[in-house]
Design a protein around this ligand. Sequence first.
Ligand code: PRP
Ligand code: URA
Length: 210
Amino acid sequence: MQSKQITIIDHPVVARDMTILRNKNTRTAEFRMAMGRIATILAYFALKDLPLRQIEIETPITNASGFEIDTNIFIIPILRAGLSLVNPLLEFLPDAGVGHLGMYRDETTHEPVDYYSNIPKGISEGIVLLVDPMLATGGSADDAIKFLKDRGAKQIRFISLISAPEGLKRITQKYPDVSIITAAVDEQLNDDAYIVPGLGDAGDRYFGTN
Ligand code: PRP
Ligand code: URA
């Protein structure tokens, strides 16, 4: 499954924390901590090829060359569950613009229903990090990517915690220019379009509404 377009994180901390997230007996506080730690590792991999520009600085001792990140970056969570990935990314990118895309899956059709959007200006000029912990059918990510492309986004990276093969196939086939960084690829979807084995409803478990 690993390809130029898809990065699947292989890391012992991710393996340990993914088990905490999948366990139905994990309490909300522990769930949030594990989610935050995996999000930090996902951020590290999603940002590892950011462009840099060289700058000159003065240390207390002498002149030296250093680097600044040479692009604008925008973080766009798909509400609600995507909010869980925003703060770990902001730790690395304190200047990033943050937009919001509100959508939920209709329980019967499993199709996304849009209810809110607020996107910062300038997304056509920078890198857009679209974040959502679950890529299931891919319907939500597909809608979100189309929305962002219609508004000029040219460089989109989709960051997810758990992906289903169905969602990966849909997004890679439709958007070969969108890179995907994920911490796990699971087996399949069940009849309710939940990821198997998955972790259940990510938003409900993160926000304690289950
Ligand atoms: C979840 C998840 C994704 C979507 C993935 O959201 O956070 O947005 O489902 O499924 P898909 O790939 O089949 O579209 P949900 O509808 O549970 O909303 P929530 O984040 O508000 O809980
Ligand atoms: N959304 C979730 O939160 N979990 C799934 O398994 C599928 C979609």
